[in-house]
Unconditional design. Structure first.
Length: 286
């Protein structure tokens, strides 16, 4: 019940939030400097197996059910401090000193030197971090874009430098695990400093974690072992046994990190990038 109440509160805040930013999204927005890469339609294999009907009506099996992902566009690099600075200049309600605690916790843009001064700890060409889901979504909407879904982000993130799907390659997965083991630096490197994948997208692994539109989609029905509505197959031993790929520890880490978040949270290693439906671009790209 507690989880359902919390979900209702988050839902209500999202409705209010959308009303507040809608006018900005419809107007002339500050254009992001990043280009976008087209990600072709395809499938994403979720981390966890889903319950599906068995051979008779009393049998339930668990299988990995691929999710069909429509073609979309994704920013080639994460949103930078410089791009976010342009946004808060145009939209002062998202400045550090003015943002409501409904939309971000006290860590919001903490490393910036001031409202309009990222300072030495936040170089203009480095990814902006310490931004909430609400702030990330507002930036995207101001550009006529949106946050990518988990399925979209994972589909793009499965690519290495030469293959659009390297998700079954142990060497690639080991590289990602090593990226995740690095401590968070006091000053993040610039964007486009790790690797450019086969889709033409930079830094999906190895720079910062990134918000997704539906970051909490795995936890829509509960939040503790005592909640009878919780999908118990997602935790501890049951979670491991229901995984679709036991070797993809990096996917476990992303799942756990997203599950730990709330929309107003900010952290020193969490940024974002924007996505856009292909239909919204007015044309196709090769």
């Amino acid at each position: 019940m507690k989880a359902m109440r919390a979900g209702a509160v988050v839902g209500a805040l999202a409705v209010v939030f959308s009303a507040l930013v809608g006018a900005h999204a419809a107007g002339a927005a500050v254009a992001g400097a990043a280009g976008m890469a087209r990600i072709a339609a395809g499938e994403y294999r979720p981390l966890y197996r889903q319950p599906v009907p068995g051979t008779n009506r009393d049998t339930i099996l668990r299988r990995v059910v691929p999710v069909r992902v429509a073609a979309f566009e994704l920013d080639r690099h994460a949103v930078t401090n410089g791009e976010f600075l342009a946004f808060v200049r145009e939209h002062p309600e998202w400045r550090r000193s003015r943002i409501s605690r409904l939309w971000a916790d006290e860590g919001y843009l903490k490393r910036w030197a001031g409202d309009l001064d990222p300072g030495p700890r936040a170089p203009l060409d480095a990814p902006v971090v310490e931004v909430s889901w609400f702030a990330a979504r507002a930036w995207c909407e101001a550009q006529g874009k949106r946050l990518p879904t988990v399925a979209e982000w994972e589909r793009a993130g499965n690519a290495d430098e030469t293959r659009r799907d390297a998700s079954r390659d142990p060497k690639f997965l080991d590289r990602i695990r090593k990226f995740y083991s690095h401590p968070t630096p006091d000053v993040h490197p610039r964007v486009e400093s790790t690797f450019r994948n086969a889709w033409g997208v930079w830094d999906l692994h190895g720079l910062v974690w990134e918000w997704t539109l539906d970051f909490n989609s795995a936890l829509v029905s509960g939040e503790s072992r005592g909640d009878s509505s919780l999908e118990r197959g997602l935790y501890c031993g049951a979670g491991a046994s229901n995984a679709g790929d036991f070797g993809d520890y990096a996917a476990f880490m992303r799942f756990a990190f997203r599950a730990s978040l709330q929309a107003r949270y900010t952290t020193a290693n969490l940024g974002f990038r924007a996505a856009r439906d292909v239909a919204a671009t007015g044309g196709k790209k090769p």
